[in-house]
Design a protein around this ligand. Structure first.
Ligand code: UDP
Length: 452
């Protein structure tokens, strides 16, 4: 073995990270990367051309773009399937080159999103350990990993998406909480989840952006089942070193902070349905009138492209005059700063996992309108397990929205929810302090990476 001479300093261990190119997956991966950098690791980010992060926001990282061969108009399932085929050769080439060049230090391991399952066979063949990052929660992963069983048992295709019947194999889920998969994408989705599960089982470790205190039982079951090291280290945004929106694909409109400063404490409902969902013009109108009729001040994110182009993407006539004095609409918000603002008293959310965690960390009660993927599972935990929010159970409808906002913002139920989320916030924030469970898991993760 080569010895390091007196004048030579050992090179920092080098970790290569590869996020799935969607906002909700990029954020936690880059948060983890900034944390590892702060611990002395050298960092390379491999990324697709589609939704590429902005390297100038991360001057201390090395970036390696790879071609993805994606074309316009693909749905999420098609994007996932295509990336897992088209990126094999370019990823292998980048990794092989970096291993032979050894330019930024010896590569200790590769950390990739669980949906980038093709990376397992590439890292196996090049003899580099792969650790998997699951950017959603443990019960969401458990559901994905049991998708084949759910399919075989007849849960899929879902016959009645409103059914309250329990999914006895994954308590406390009901059929209506399961991700809705259209018949046309069923086979491709099944293939994706089977491949994802096999590749994750073959990996050297599994990181969850969730703290132990939120999902103790599920995490314990997964540990028994998977037999690889499991690291629940969330909420990762709390370990982020640097500005919270550096990994944002859109530019946040910071003017909303001055507007929030003029609002009364806990009076504003913040509304955002995340980075990917698309609604139609009718949903937009129901949301607008529900907000207007609730009488509450609101800050509403209407993302460009979030209303389908074939529909009338305009706000309904009369809405802007009616709400001018108490509403603000932005294209993209500095969400973490917004949720931390004292004027914000509630978050009407689609329950993407990042948004859910960010809301808990700031103690903001949630009104839940899950729309796709594992959002229904998250809404179930929020409203029925932790009881820190309430779910709008039906399609978006102005009367139900108006009542929901009032119940959350000014009703006695809302007050009870606010008390409960204060306690939950405290528990979650404890987990990231020294000695807390996420802090310990991060230490264990660093030990594992250093041992390779
Ligand atoms: N986000 C933001 N500004 C917005 C809306 C969302 O910065 O106006 C961020 C939010 O803080 C979160 C991410 O985008 O970190 C969305 O991830 P999430 O998992 O909640 O939902 P997804 O977009 O994946 O559906």
């Amino acid at each position: 073995m080569a010895r390091i001479g007196e004048n030579q300093r050992p090179q920092a261990p080098h970790v290569l990270l590869f996020p799935l190119p969607f906002q909700g997956h990029i954020n936690p991966m880059l948060q983890l990367a900034t944390f590892l950098l702060s611990k002395g690791f050298s960092i390379t980010i491999v990324h697709t051309q589609f939704n590429s992060p902005n390297p100038s926001n991360f001057p201390n990282f090395h970036f390696e773009p790879i071609p993805d061969g994606l074309s316009d108009g693909m749905d999420t399932t098609a994007i996932l399937s295509t990336i897992n085929i088209n990126c094999i050769a370019p990823f292998r080439a980048v990794l092989a080159r970096m291993l032979s060049e050894n330019r930024h230090g010896p590569i200790s391991c590769v950390i990739t999103d669980d949906f980038l399952f093709f990376t397992q066979s590439v890292t196996d063949s090049l003899k580099v350990p792969r650790i998997v990052l699951v950017t959603y929660n443990a019960i969401g992963f458990l559901t994905s990993s049991r998708f084949q069983m759910l399919h075989e048992k007849g849960y899929y295709p879902i016959q009645d998406p409103k059914s309250e019947d329990p999914v006895s194999e994954i308590p406390p889920l009901r059929i209506k909480d399961l991700p809705i998969i259209t018949t046309s994408t069923m086979d491709a989705t099944l293939q994706l989840f089977v491949s994802l599960t096999i590749a994750t089982r073959a990996s050297s470790g599994l990181i969850f952006n969730t703290p132990d205190c939120l999902e103790q039982t599920t995490l314990a079951n997964l540990r028994l089942d998977l037999r690889i090291p499991v690291f629940p280290i969330g909420p990762l945004h709390k370990f982020m070193v640097g500005p919270p929106d550096s990994s944002s694909l859109l530019t946040p409109d910071n003017n909303c902070m001055a507007w929030l400063a003029k609002q009364a404490p806990l009076s504003v409902i913040y509304v955002s349905f995340g980075s990917t969902g698309v609604m139609d013009g009718a949903d937009l109108a129901e949301m607008a009138w529900g907000l207007a009729n609730s009488g509450q001040p609101f800050l509403w994110v209407v993302r460009p492209g979030s209303v389908s182009v074939s529909e009338c993407a305009k706000l309904p006539e009369g809405f802007e005059e009616e709400t001018r004095d108490r509403g603000l609409i932005v294209k993209w918000a500095p969400q973490q700063d917004v949720l931390a603002h004292p004027a914000v008293g509630g978050f009407w959310t689609h329950n993407g996992w990042n948004s859910t965690l960010e809301s808990i960390c700031e103690g903001v009660p949630m009104l839940c309108s899950p729309r796709l993927a594992e959002q229904g599972i998250n809404a179930r935990l929020v409203s029925h397990v932790w009881r820190v929010g309430m779910t709008l159970e039906n399609e978006l409808e102005r009367g139900e929205i108006e009542r929901g906002i009032r119940r959350l913002m000014v009703g006695h139920e809302g007050k009870e929810i606010r008390e409960r989320i204060k306690d939950l916030k405290e528990n979650v924030n404890c987990s990231i302090r020294k000695g807390g469970s996420s802090h310990q898991s991060l230490d264990a993760l660093i030990d594992l990476i250093s041992s390779f």
